[in-house]
Design a binder for this molecule. Sequence first.
Ligand SMILES: C[S@@+](CC[C@H](N)C(=O)[O-])C[C@H]1O[C@@H](n2cnc3c(N)ncnc32)[C@H](O)[C@@H]1O
Length: 355
Amino acid sequence: MEQVKVGKFIATMRKQLNLTQNELAELIGISSKTVSKWECGNGMPELSLMLPLCKILKINLNELFSGEKLTDANYKKKAEENIMKLIEDSEKNKENIVGGRALGKVANIDLNVSATHRTNTEFWDTIGSEFLGVTALPKWGGYLPTEEKLKLLGNLSNKSVLEIGCGNGRSLKYVADLGATELWGIDISENQIKRTKAYLQTESIDAKLVCSPMENRCGLPTDYFDLVYSVYGIGWSTNLDKTFELIHSYLKKEGLFIFGWSHPIHKCVSFEGGKLVFSNSYFNEEWYCGDMSDKAIMLSNRKMSTYINALARNGFVIESFIEETDKERAMNSETDFGKKALMLPTAFVIKARKL
Ligand SMILES: C[S@@+](CC[C@H](N)C(=O)[O-])C[C@H]1O[C@@H](n2cnc3c(N)ncnc32)[C@H](O)[C@@H]1O
C-alpha cells in the first residue's frame, strides 16, 4: 500500500469532518500517536481498526486502500489493483531478526530518511533502557567472543575515542576503564544521551556527548580520534557511505574503526519444527518496518559485501573480520538464538584502519 498517500487521505477526510487527531483516536479507542503515525505515512491501520475507521471517515475499504475517493467508474479497477497489492504485500511480510529478538509484523518500505530517523528515535527514546548492558562492550554482538578474548581495542592509554550510537553509556565506561582519556559519544536519541550522561556522572567519568544522526556532519572534530567504535550502532545508518566517510574524517591517520553488528546470514535462517531453514533472501537489502516491544523500527539488512565495499570506498583497510561463535556460551544456552549460533554467525565485528 502507498502508506504516505493513505495517510494524507486519512488526514484530509478527518479534517473534512472537523475532527482533531485526538477526537478521531478517541472514537476508535486508540492513542492519538497511532493516528499521527498513520497520517505521517509510517504505518497502516491494523486490520481490526480498518472498518471502524472507514465508518467514522465515511469512506469504504477500497477508498482507504486507494488513498482517494473513488467514482463508480474507477471503483472496480482500483479494487482489483488493491487486492493484487495486498497479496504482494502479504508475500513480502516475513519474520525478521535483530540480534536475539524476532520482530513482529515486518513490511517492506521505501527508505524515507526523516521518517526512519523519527521512528527509530522514538523507539530508542522509549525502549532504550531495555538494552542496558546487552549491546555494550565487552560484547561486540550476538554470540561473538567478547572483547576480553578478542582484544581488538589494544592499549587505550591516553587515547581519544568516539562511540557511534553510544546508547546507555556502558561501553564508554568500559573504554574509560581501559585508559582512554578523552571520551566522545554520538547518538540520535536525546533520551539515550541523557541516560549516558546520568550514568557516566555516577561513575565520575567525563564525556562529550552529541545528539545527532551519525549520517550528518554535526560538529565533531576531524583528524582527531585514535579510535571510533560502535556496538550494534552502525546498522541503523540510513546512508552507509556517508557514515563511513564521516568516521574516516574524524579519525587521525592510521586511526582505528571497529564495529559490531548483527550478521546478515542470521536474518536469513530461522527455526521451523526444530530445523534451521532458509526463510529470507541474503540478497534482500530492502528497508523494512517491524515491531519490537510493540514499537516500530525501520531497518535494512545489508550483505557483508555492502559493509566491506563501503569501507574500501571510503579509505579504510580491514585488519580483522570476526564471525566466530563463542561455542561454550552457545552450548550453555537453552535458546534458539544460542543453538543457531553453533551453526552460523549471529554477529560480526570488523576492525579497520584509516589509510
Ligand atoms: C542497539 S543500541 C546500542 C547502543 C550501545 N552500544 C549500548 O549498548 O548502549 C543502538 C543505538 O544507536 C542509536 N541510533 C539509532 N539510529 C541512529 C542514527 N541514525 N545515528 C546515531 N545513532 C543512532 C540508538 O539511539 C541507540 O542508542
